[in-house]
Every structure is written in C-alpha cells, then in structure tokens.
Write a protein that binds this ligand. Structure first.
Ligand SMILES: [Cu+2]
Length: 450
C-alpha cells in the first residue's frame, strides 16, 4: 500500500513540477517555433504514457494486493491486449518522431534568399567569416591555419580576397533576414548552439555542416558549445547580437577583409623603439618588469597576446573594474599608441629584446602545483610557453608576483568581467578552480620550475 501511495504522489509531483517549474524555454528569437511544437508533442506523448503506466501500476498494487484466502490467477498470454499495446505504442512513437523529421527537413533546406555566414569552432573559441561583396566564400583548408592565417584561407583563391573575417567570439546578424550557417571545426568535434534560436548542429573537423534560421528579435544571445570537447569545454562561449539592418551594415563594414588582414603591418621594431621609451619608466629598459611599480615583465611574452592586451586596455575592455587600479595605470599609456600599427610596432620592439630570468618571489609547494597545473597545461602548454591556438599566453619565465595578482583578480572578477572580454572570462572560470592563495602560490612555484 505504501508503495502505491508513493507512486501516486510521484506522478502528481512530477506533473505539478512540469507545469510550475521556472526552467522552461527561454523566449524564442527565431522562426523555429516548430522546434518548440515538436518538443511539446514529445512532452505530451511521454507525459500521458508516464501518468497512465504509473497510475495503472498503483491501481494494480492496490486492487490485487495480497489477501488471505485469495489465489492469483495466471494468464501468460493475451493476444487481444498485445495487439492493442503494440498498436498504441506504434502510434505514440510515430507521433513523437514524425513532426521532428519534417521540421529537420526544413531546418536543413535553405531558402534561396538566405545570406551566408561561416562559424569556425576551435578549442575554445569562436570566429566567423562572411563571403564579402562577391557573395562567395573563398576556399579554405585546415592545413593552411597558422598565427598569420587563423581561418586557413587559401591565398590563391580570388573569391577569398574580399571575405570578411571576424576574429572575435561575438557575431552580429541582421534582423528578419534568413541566414545560412556553415559550420567548420579546426581541431575536434564541437557544437554550435544558440538556445533562443532553437538551433544546434555538430561541427566536425574535415566536414562542413549547415542549417538556417531567421532572427526575429533584436538582442544578445549566448553561443554555447554543446559537445564535450575537452577540459575547458564549458568555457567555450560566444555571442550573437541581432541588429537592425542598418546597424548590422555599419558593423560589417568595420570588419576587415582577408585582403586587408594580409596587407596589415607586421610591426616594425625600429619604429617601436621610440614608442617604447615611455614604457621603460615602469616596465624597465629591457621590458624585464619592475615589481616596485607593479609593472610585469613583457620580454619573452607572445606578440599576439601583447597586441591583444594593449588593444583591450585601449578599448576599455581591460582595467575598467573599479578595483583594478594596476590595470588602470596602463590605460593612458596604451591609449598613447595611436593605432594598431603603433601597437604592432612597439610589440615588435619588445619581441626583439633579450630574455632575462625574473627573480622568484612566490613560494609554494611545487609538487602540489604540478597536479594543479595539469588543467592549465591544456591551454598554456605543458611547458607553460603559451599556445596561440588556445589564446593562452606564456607563463614560464614571467613575473610570478604579477601572475599571482592576475589569478586573484580573475578569481574575484576584477579582471575578465567586461562583457566583451571573452578570453578573460575563460581564464576567470579557470582561476576559480584554484581554491585559495596557497593553491595559486603552489601552481606558480611549479611554473617557475619549467
Ligand atoms: Cu567545443
């Protein structure tokens, strides 16, 4: 009897939870309301079966419970009942699957007037490509990918010259225009998913998968990777901003074409030397760092990382938190660098400076640190030399007191909290894996041994 009551309570509680729970679909922002309908159909079919089967079980437990003097009647087969059950199950399963098939067919059948955007997934970041004025994406190949060619563009294909390259996890799309989304992966399987659009599709290296949708309201929507793609899979975040056509056109026009990125200056160390004169006051003549002035060592650091940080300071992405007083000192000096060419020049000069070994100041337990560093190695490399492909800078042979402070700042949300700071946000979630300042000291003491 107790079991029967427990089952009835379970059924009632489940149904109540289903209708009262706040965890329901986010408000839809695309044309795919049919996706919601298919989920609704599944809920109805499985819900009715769940209630019917469990209530029947409870009924049978009560009706046929043990009573003195009663003997059970054994009925091994019942042709009629079996036909009924087979028939009802078939109808139920067909009702669940058939709508999905027809919606799926529409999901991958792209309308003629759809524009095209390519999404590129990698551990653990997103980037995007538009076809440019000719309406055609140029050829690309994973084998051509390098720091200078992150999209793996084929330089010989004329169709690729005007392709628009968005090296940022944030994509913009115009409102009410159907768009065909082509998906490529650089390294392992990923999945492009935007819950409000009700879209998701696997990204498989060596394959181009696709689907289409029409954004139906403006706003910002999260891009998630919904395929377990490695230790930092949860940190693979991006954003789609749906704009009016005019706002979108302005944004798109400001993005560089492949041709432009090729022509962009590689940085001139001689020109950078003059610019670096002001930096020496804090960072030292050899960019060796100065603890008294809180300015870290820059020599030996990857050039692409230094460029990004200077752009972040300048663009208000780093150093905007009230408590980030050290980073705030950097903002006026980064802003003195007039444009990207100046930034690249000064970084080219820093790159030409000789390496010095910074003095160690953080003391911890390197053997504990070694274990903690295992996760970090996925992005920063086993020797902590930094990996361009994961956007993670060099840590070995850099100022340890500075890194300790950065890890505290990431952990406490002082660095990496700006909505445009996708790389910082990634490191923020990783810094939280270090329980306290002792763990930070341990891991940095281990990094020093590399
Ligand atoms: Cu992924």
């Amino acid at each position: 009897m107790a079991i029967a009551i427990a089952i009835i309570v379970l059924v009632v509680a489940t149904v109540l939870f289903h209708f009262l729970s706040p965890w329901w679909f986010t408000p839809i922002a695309s044309n795919w309301d049919t996706v919601d309908s298919t989920v609704d159909v599944t809920f109805w079919v499985t819900g009715i079966v769940f209630v019917a089967v469990n209530l029947f079980l409870a009924y049978a437990l009560i009706r046929y419970r043990h009573r003195k003097g009663n003997k059970a009647h054994y009925e091994p087969e019942n042709k009629k009942l079996e036909w009924w059950l087979t028939g009802v199950t078939t109808v139920g399963i067909a009702a669940m699957l058939a709508p999905g098939l027809s919606v799926w067919a529409k999901f991958v059948t792209v309308p003629e007037d759809a524009s095209v955007v390519e999404v590129l997934g990698q551990q653990w970041a997103w980037s995007y490509r538009f076809p440019g004025k000719d309406g055609e994406l140029g050829a690309s190949d994973a084998r051509l990918i390098s720091a200078d060619n992150p999209f793996g563009m084929d330089p010989k294909d004329p169709a690729g010259q005007d392709d628009v390259l968005v090296s940022d996890p944030q994509l913009h799309l115009p409102l009410d225009k159907p768009v065909k989304v082509l998906l490529r992966a650089k390294d392992v399987n990923h999945q492009f998913a935007v819950p409000q659009f009700r879209v998701k599709m696997d990204m498989v290296p060596g394959m181009v998968t696709h689907f289409w949708f029409t954004p139906t309201r403006t706003g910002e929507f999260d891009v998630l990777c919904e395929q377990l793609c490695g230790v930092a899979h949860f940190a693979m975040r991006g954003r789609v901003v749906v704009n009016t056509a005019q706002e979108f056109d302005t944004w798109l026009a400001a993005q560089p074409t492949y041709e432009k990125t090729l022509a962009a200056s590689k940085g001139d160390a001689a020109a950078g030397q003059t610019l670096f004169a002001t930096c020496t006051a804090c960072h030292g003549a050899q960019a060796e760092g100065n603890r008294e002035l809180n300015a870290p060592k820059l020599s030996g650091q990857s050039d692409w990382y230094l460029v990004r940080q200077l752009q972040s300071f300048k663009g208000g992405v780093r150093g905007t938190h009230d408590q980030d007083t050290y980073a705030k000192q950097m903002i006026p000096f980064a802003s003195m660098l007039a444009d990207d060419t100046a930034i690249k020049n000064v970084v080219a000069y820093i790159k030409s400076l000789p390496e010095v070994r910074p003095t160690a100041s953080v003391v911890g337990d390197p053997s504990r640190g070694k274990r903690l560093y295992e996760t970090c190695a996925a992005c920063h490399g086993s020797q902590a030399t930094g990996i361009w492909a994961t956007n993670a800078p060099r840590l070995s042979n850099m100022s340890d007191w500075y890194m300790a402070r950065q890890l505290q700042h990431f952990r406490d949300g002082i660095r990496g909290g700006h909505p445009q700071d996708f790389h910082g946000a990634q490191m923020r979630s990783m810094a939280k894996t270090l329980a306290d300042d002792t763990a930070i000291a341990d891991v940095l003491d281990y990094v020093r041994t590399l």
